[in-house]
Design a protein around this ligand. Structure first.
Ligand SMILES: C[S@@+](CC[C@H](N)C(=O)[O-])C[C@H]1O[C@@H](n2cnc3c(N)ncnc32)[C@H](O)[C@@H]1O
Length: 264
C-alpha cells in the first residue's frame, strides 16, 4: 500500500492509543457482526480482503482479521498505527498498516471491501475533501465490492450537542472517558467541535489526555449527491444502527447513519 503521510510530524490528535482503545471498547462486536452481514448480503464478489480507513487502534480491523479477513489499515496517526501493529501481531495476524491520508492514498493491491467507522469521515471538513476521499476509496475497491461507513447525524437544530461519560476497567487501569459531539454547530459549513477527555488512573497515579477537534456532518441527500458526483459507487442501503432491520427511513431521530455503497 502506498500512502502519503502529509502532516505526520504536526498531527497530534489521537496520540493516546492505549487509553482510546480501552475507553472505546464499546459496541464493536455488534458493529463487526453488521459489517460481515453487509459483506455477505450486498457485495457482488466474495469479500476476503478489506481495508479499514481511519482504522485508529483497530477495533474493527482486529475483529475482522480474527474472523479470517485479510486486513489492511490506514490512519493519519502514527501513534495509532504503531499501537495497532503490535496488537495485530499479538493476535497472530499480518496486515498492511500505513500512516496515510484518507483523501489521498493508493493501494498496491485492491480490496473487496472498505470500511470507515466511528464517524471518521467527519474529519473531512469540506465537500472537496469528501469527494477526494470517495474517489481514493473507489480506486482501492474492486468492482462489485463494498464501502460501508457510519456518520453522526444532527436530529435537532435547537440543541444538537450530545455528550457521554463512562468508565472502563482493564486490570488495574481505570479509564474515565467523556466525549461530546455536535458542539458549536455552524449551520452553513456544517462544521462542529468534538471534545474528548480520557483520564487514566493506574495504581494511584492519574494521567489526563484531552483532545478537541473540528468535525463535519453531512445530510443523507447531500451524501447521496456527493457519492453520485464522485462516481465509482452506487448507493445500496442505509441504516440508523447496526442491525439489518434498522433502515434509515424508519427512524424519526437518527443519531447516526450507516451507509452501504457498492463499487460500480
Ligand atoms: C474517531 S477515530 C475512529 C477510529 C476507529 N475507526 C474506531 O472506530 O475506533 C478517527 C480516526 O481518524 C483518523 N484520521 C483523522 N483524519 C484522517 C485522515 N485525513 N486520514 C486518515 N485518518 C484520519 C484519526 O487518526 C483517528 O484514528
Amino acid at each position: 500500500m502506498v500512502g502519503r503521510p502529509p502532516v505526520k510530524s504536526r498531527y497530534r490528535d489521537y496520540a493516546a492509543p492505549r487509553l482510546y482503545e480501552i475507553a472505546f471498547d464499546t459496541n464493536r462486536k455488534l458493529e463487526v457482526d453488521f459489517l460481515v452481514h453487509c459483506f455477505k448480503r450486498y457485495a457482488r464478489i466474495r469479500v476476503r480482503r478489506a481495508l479499514d480507513i481511519a482504522c485508529g487502534t483497530g477495533p474493527h480491523l482486529i475483529r475482522l482479521a480474527d474472523r479470517g479477513y485479510a486486513m489492511s489499515g490506514l490512519d493519519l496517526s502514527s501513534e495509532n498505527i504503531a499501537f495497532l501493529r503490535e496488537r495485530l501481531a499479538a493476535h497472530g495476524h499480518h496486515g498492511e498498516l500505513i500512516v496515510g491520508d484518507m483523501t489521498d492514498f493508493r493501494l498496491e493491491r485492491p480490496v473487496d471491501a472498505a470500511i470507515c467507522m466511528q464517524d471518521s469521515q467527519g474529519h473531512l471538513l469540506t465537500n472537496e475533501q469528501l469527494l477526494a476521499h470517495l474517489r481514493a476509496v473507489a480506486r482501492a475497491v474492486r468492482r462489485g465490492g463494498l464501502y460501508v461507513f457510519d456518520r453522526y447525524m444532527a436530529s435537532s437544530w435547537t440543541n444538537p450537542a450530545r455528550s457521554w461519560s463512562w468508565f472502563k476497567r482493564r486490570g488495574r487501569l481505570v479509564v474515565r472517558a467523556s466525549f461530546s459531539a455536535l458542539n458549536e454547530v455552524n449551520p452553513v459549513s456544517q462544521i462542529f467541535r468534538e471534545r474528548m477527555t480520557l483520564e487514566a488512573i493506574d495504581n494511584g497515579t492519574r494521567r489526563l489526555y484531552r483532545q478537541s477537534h473540528l468535525s463535519r456532518m453531512v445530510f443523507p441527500q447531500e451524501l447521496r449527491a456527493l457519492v453520485e458526483l464522485a462516481g465509482g459507487f452506487e448507493f445500496v442501503q442505509w441504516f440508523f444502527g447496526f442491525k439489518p432491520h434498522q433502515l434509515l427511513e424508519r427512524s424519526r431521530r437518527p443519531l447516526i447513519m450507516v451507509v452501504v455503497l457498492r463499487r460500480t
